[in-house]
Design a protein around this ligand. Structure first.
Ligand SMILES: [Zn+2]
Length: 132
């Protein structure tokens, strides 16, 4: 049986742990809105640019790339795939991006986590504005 190195695990998936802290800060510990906004930004950056997952860029054979990639918005080692995914930030491609993100369970989890951090950021900024 393969032993899981907890140090490597934490360094690889710290963004999910941070998201749990953000959620705990919202629903359990009552963190300050400024702290929640900061943690949400950090968690969002991890999800969009660091979270381990599959590339998912569209290939020539009408299939999706299965190479390992980092972050929802970053492609694999192929430059064209990096561009293809970054170009999906353009509003006309958002629906296509949505379909691409739900192609496999890992990108679906990352997508949900990304939406949670964006929601957390928006609500904490609104809360911060209303407090002052
Ligand atoms: Zn790729």
């Amino acid at each position: 049986m393969r032993k899981i190195n907890s140090g490597t695990f934490v360094s690889k998936y710290w963004g999910y742990l941070l998201l749990l802290v953000v959620l705990g800060g919202w629903f359990r510990w009552g963190f300050d809105p400024a702290l929640l906004a900061g943690l949400s930004v950090l968690s969002g950056l991890w999800i969009f640019f660091q979270a381990p997952g599959w590339c998912g860029a569209k290939t020539r054979g009408d299939d999706y790339c299965r190479n390992n990639a980092r972050g929802l918005l970053m492609g694999c080692h192929l430059r064209q795939h990096k561009w293809q995914k970054l170009m999906m930030l353009a509003p006309a491609s958002w629906r296509r991006l949505g379909r691409l993100l739900v192609k496999n369970p890992i990108t679906l989890i990352n997508c949900g986590a990304g939406l949670a951090t964006i929601g957390s950021l928006i609500v904490s900024v609104i809360d911060l504005i209303l407090d002052h």
